[in-house]
Design a protein around this ligand. Structure first.
Ligand code: PEP
Ligand code: MN
Length: 365
C-alpha cells in the first residue's frame, strides 16, 4: 500500500456527494435544540451531506467552554436519524474515538493542535486500527508540511484508506487579515506529493470572520480543492465558540449559490510555483510597508527637530542629493528611472505633509 496512490476519492466512499463537497455544522455542539435546528436547516441544501459539530473543544486556556462531551453525540445521532446527514467530529484521544464510534459517527477528523504532536497522532492511529472509517487530517498549526504528511502516513499505515486532508490555514506571527494564513502553496504541494488524496478547505478557520468567507471559498475552488468545511449555526451571533466566523444555514446557501466553478487553472506544478511566488510577494509587500512606516517615523522626528531649531521644512540641497543618490542606486540594480522618480516624489510629498503637520501643531518648541 502506498499513501501516494491508493487513497480512495470521496466519491468512492460517499457516492451521494455532490460538487462541491461541503461539510457544515456548528463549531461546537451546544444544546439539543441548536444541533437539531442547525442540522434540519442544513439538510435542505443539496450540497450538504455531512454534518459537523465539535464535541470536545481544544481551547487555548482553561475555563472556556470545552464542549458538551458525550451528551452532544446523542444529539448528533438524533440529527442523523431525522435528516439522513452523515456525522463528523474531532477526536483527540482514544476515548474520543471509542465514544464517537459508539455513537455512529461516520467520519472522524483530527484537529490542528493534535496533528503537531506525533505521539498523539500515533496513539490515535493505533486506536483506530482495524476500523473502516474515513479520517480527515487537518494541517498542523505550524506551516510544516512534513508533520501533515507524517500524520496522514500514520493513519494510512494503520489501514485507513479513506483519508482526506483539511487545509485550515497556519499560524503566522505577522499581521494578516486572516485568523490563520492560508499559505496556499502548502496544500498545493501536498496534492502534488499525494495526487489521489482529497484536500478540502476549512474556510472558517482560515477567515476567522464572515466577510472573508466568500472570497476564500472562491479561491479554494479556483485552486481545485476537493471540497469545503464551513462552520454554521442556527444563531451564529450567540454561538459559544467562534461566533465571528459562523454563518446561518441561510447565509451558507447564498455563499454556495454565488460560487463560480471555473475551468481547470493549470497543472499542479504551475499552481504550486505561482502560489510560492505570490506568498513571496505578500511577504515583500509587508516588509516594504513596514519600512515606509519606519521611514515616516524618522521624517517626523526630523520635523520636530527642525521646528525646535527654527529651520525651514524644505531643504532643497538635501532633496536634490536624495534624488540623485537614490536614482543612481536604483538604476544600478535594474530599477526603472521613471518609476524611481515617481516613487521618490510621492515619498517626498508625504514627508513634507507629515512635517508640515508637526510645524502647525501648537504648544511645544
Ligand atoms: C474546529 O474545526 O472547530 C477546530 C477546532 O479546528 P482547528 O483544529 O482547525 O483549529
Ligand atoms: Mn471552530
Amino acid at each position: 500500500m502506498s499513501p501516494e496512490t491508493d487513497i480512495k476519492t470521496i466519491k468512492n466512499w460517499l457516492p451521494q456527494s455532490v460538487e462541491p463537497f461541503v461539510i457544515s455544522g456548528p463549531c461546537s455542539a451546544e444544546s439539543r435544540e441548536q444541533v437539531l435546528q442547525t442540522a434540519r436547516q442544513l439538510a435542505k441544501l443539496p450540497q450538504i451531506k455531512v454534518f459537523r459539530a465539535g464535541i470536545w473543544k481544544p481551547r487555548t486556556r482553561p475555563n472556556g467552554f470545552e464542549g458538551v462531551g458525550t451528551e452532544g453525540l446523542k444529539w448528533m445521532q438524533e440529527a442523523k436519524a431525522e435528516t439522513g446527514l452523515l456525522l463528523t467530529t474531532e477526536v483527540a484521544n482514544p476515548i474520543h474515538i471509542e465514544q464517537a464510534l459508539a455513537h455512529g459517527i461516520d467520519i472522524l477528523w483530527i484537529g490542528a493542535r493534535t496533528v503537531v504532536n506525533p505521539f498523539s497522532v500515533q496513539e490515535l492511529a493505533e486506536a483506530i486500527k482495524g476500523v473502516d472509517i474515513p479520517i480527515f487530517v487537518k494541517n498542523p498549526l505550524t506551516p510544516d508540511i512534513k508533520l501533515w504528511i507524517g500524520a496522514l502516513e500514520r493513519f494510512h499505515k494503520a489501514g485507513i484508506d479513506k483519508l482526506g486532508a483539511i487545509h485550515r490555514g497556519f499560524h503566522y506571527f505577522k499581521q494578516s487579515p486572516y485568523r490563520n494564513a492560508p499559505m496556499w502553496e502548502i496544500p498545493i504541494e501536498l496534492r502534488r506529493l499525494m495526487p489521489t488524496l482529497p484536500v478540502i478547505t476549512d474556510i472558517s478557520h482560515i477567515s476567522g470572520r464572515r466577510d472573508l468567507l466568500q472570497s476564500i471559498a472562491q479561491k479554494a475552488l479556483d485552486l481545485e480543492t476537493s471540497g469545503l468545511m464551513i462552520e454554521s449555526h442556527f444563531d451564529p451571533d450567540n454561538a459559544l465558540t467562534d461566533a465571528a466566523q459562523q454563518i446561518s444555514p441561510a447565509a451558507l446557501e447564498q455563499l454556495l449559490a454565488q460560487l463560480v466553478v471555473r475551468e481547470r487553472t493549470g497543472s499542479i506544478d504551475f499552481q504550486h510555483k505561482l502560489e510560492e511566488l505570490r506568498t513571496e510577494i505578500d511577504k515583500l509587500d509587508g516588509e516594504l510597508i513596514e519600512l515606509l512606516a519606519r521611514r515616516m517615523e524618522v521624517v517626523r522626528e526630523i520635523g520636530a527637530y527642525k521646528k525646535e531649531n527654527n529651520i525651514t521644512i524644505l531643504q532643497l540641497k538635501r532633496w536634490k542629493h536624495i534624488m540623485e543618490d537614490r536614482i543612481a542606486i536604483g538604476t544600478n540594480i535594474g530599477l526603472d528611472k521613471e518609476f524611481l522618480l515617481l516613487l521618490l516624489e510621492l515619498v517626498h510629498e508625504n514627508s513634507i505633509q507629515q512635517q508640515t503637520k508637526i510645524f502647525n501643531q501648537k504648544g511645544e518648541a
